[in-house]
Design a protein around this ligand. Sequence first.
Ligand code: PBE
Length: 267
Amino acid sequence: AGGGDYAEELEHTITGIDAGAGIMSAADEALEVYELEDWTITASSDSAMTQELATAYENEEPIVVTGWTPHWKFAEYDLKFLDDPENVFGEAEDIHTFVRDGLSDDMPEAYEVLDNFEWTEDDMNEVMMEIQEGTDEEEAARNWIDANEDTVSEWTDGVDSVDGEEIDLVFVAWESEIASTNMIALVLEDLGYEVTMDPLEANFMFQAVATGEADAMVAAWLPLTHEHLVEDYGDDMEDLGANLEGARTGLVVPEYMDIDSIEDLNQ
Ligand code: PBE
């Protein structure tokens, strides 16, 4: 089947995630750049998208989703990114940690840990896979910490413990950010913090840190995915740099589909 056949079978539909995700804006732009004006992107959530992907995959039916790595779906299914010759989805992305202004003075211990925090795609995948296989989110994060004491101590060595200070982390319920936020929350708890974790939409996550309502987040994808949010809110918070390098976003399809490029959707 060529892209044209797939277009009919898919009713010109790309399966998206939450409307506020950066990848949704990029996918909208891709429809323009690749002249796919008759296509639409459905908005739902990461978990709804992966359910549709699972169903299509079991039946070997075509499906196009907004996809990214790190994500467990690449371990679970044979998938490929469609080539993006116009580079709408950008090159590799890094995931950055942002904290509210003043955190370094108010909570120097948490600030230091958040500043030190960096791990790899494989690390994040381990937590994500375990959650996907049915382990409770916190337990999966705990298991990763227990198995990676050396890495964690690189972030916490020499940092003083605190006595029940409250710290508020915000995140979006993308599988990748559920994993990272649960993990860093436990590291802070082990240091004596009382941590709350609020799931929000992407723009409210940025807004909460910019206004100081929340203390930190580890979920900013740059340079492209959250560029518009950093433009709006970045001046009012502090960028502590990448906590994970080499993430990627794009349009993703099962390997069994015989198209390779976003352009092929337009045949
Ligand atoms: N994502 C996962 C997010 C960032 C993390 C790629 C779905 C987004 O598109 O905003």
